[in-house]
Design a protein around this ligand. Structure first.
Ligand SMILES: N[C@@H](CCC(=O)N[C@@H](CS)C(=O)NCC(=O)O)C(=O)O
Length: 358
């Protein structure tokens, strides 16, 4: 009888740290506690006896308090070149299935190339969730060891002048999460590699790519500690979603696409702003600003008592509107909104993401 087919994963990472340090991160319980779980989880307990025949165990904890325990035995420990260990979940969909992880560390370009094989899965369906889990876990390892921190794995591709790019950058700043900004225009090859729609920004966490600013910020919000970008109550969370959705469906179209952009990139006759587009936007803007104004009547924030994604979506748009010829006049009719905007504009997330002036 043939042996049953086994499935394996192969991954590699270049980490800007010496290989002794990278190898140690796999073998020391106190190090494992810092990174050995996917994004959005933490390691509640870790133990390791790193010698052939010694055992290791990690207890991962999700945000909802649920636990996932995994452990195994070291088969080879050759510091700092290679380690081999077995991997077995204590509960879940693969009880009793023992898989094997082999990790090779080689010095490369002043850092360490980590080459990993995780093999012995009985089926592709058992292997594939581990690919996602390891990607997120290795990102955490990279961030721990690379002097750039999370900016080593997180990249926002966009243009500092774009309101949506600024929204994402403000969200990252509010969370205190370092991220590399890669300057890319809409529909550039780098952006199209992540989003079929070509709009900016798009986001990468290692190999994991995302488009749509609200999806990016939700991912960041759940993946990292720091103040939540969503309000605490059901009603306020729904209100926050309402303003994010309204921005995507109407506010950006009216205030940016048909108004601000007409002045900044004039495309009308004789290279002048398209007066028709501006006039049609100006008809809609008072009602939109009045709705935002009412939402701020009793609070400095659009949804709840603290800054949320709602404010992050709206503030970059209003900052542009204000600079347009009719902008100050329109905003003067929305005093509550202007009071609330003044509070947002004091924040570091706003002051450090000012778009370059043309
Ligand atoms: N709903 C998208 C909208 C993104 C968007 O429209 N971005 C603008 C720049 S601020 C863009 O890429 N425009 C180029 C185009 O419309 O082709 C999001 O939330 O990310």
């Amino acid at each position: 009888m043939n042996a049953p087919e086994m499935f394996e994963l192969q991954m590699s990472r270049h980490i800007r740290a010496p290989r002794e340090r990278v190898c140690e991160a796999f073998l020391s319980a106190s190090e494992m506690r810092q990174w050995m779980c996917p994004r959005g989880m933490s390691v509640a307990e870790a133990s390791a006896d790193p010698r052939t025949g010694g055992r290791w165990r990690v207890l991962m904890q999700a945000r909802d308090g649920s636990h996932f325990a995994v452990g195994g035995e070291y088969r080879e420990v050759t510091r700092p070149e290679r380690i081999v260990f077995t991997w077995q979940w204590e509960a879940g969909p693969m009880p009793g299935v023992q898989t094997v992880v082999e990790v090779d560390f080689s010095a490369l370009d002043g850092g360490t190339l980590v080459q990993m094989r995780h093999g012995g899965f009985p089926a592709a369906a058992a292997r594939d969730p581990h690919a996602q889990g390891w990607n997120a876990t290795l990102n955490k390892l990279t961030e721990r060891l690379d002097p750039r921190g999370s900016a080593a794995t997180l990249t926002l591709l966009g243009d500092a002048r774009s309101t949506y790019t600024r929204t994402a950058r403000m969200g990252l700043a509010e969370k205190g999460v370092a991220c590399t900004l890669q300057s890319c225009g809409p529909h550039s090859p780098e952006v199209l590699a992540v989003s079929p729609f070509g709009r900016i920004p798009v986001f990468r966490d290692g190999d994991f790519g995302l488009f749509e600013t609200s999806a990016i910020l939700r991912y960041v919000d759940e993946s990292f500690d720091g103040p939540s970008l969503l309000p605490g109550t059901i009603a306020d969370r729904a209100r926050c979603e309402q303003w994010v959705s309204a921005t995507n469906a109407y506010l950006y179209d009216t205030m940016v696409r048909r108004y601000v952009l007409q002045y900044i990139f004039p495309r009308g006759d004789d290279g002048k702003p398209d007066a028709g587009a501006i006039a049609s936007a100006l008809k809609e803007m008072p009602a939109q600003l009045a709705a935002l104004d009412r939402a701020c009547e009793r609070s400095d924030f659009l949804a709840g008592a603290a800054i949320s994604m709602a404010d992050l979506f709206v503030a970059p748009i209003l900052a542009y509107v204000e600079r347009m010829p009719e902008g100050m006049g329109l905003l003067a009719a929305a005093p509550h909104l202007m009071r609330a905007q003044a509070r947002v504009r004091e924040r570091t997330s706003f002051t450090t993401t000012q778009p370059p002036t043309a």
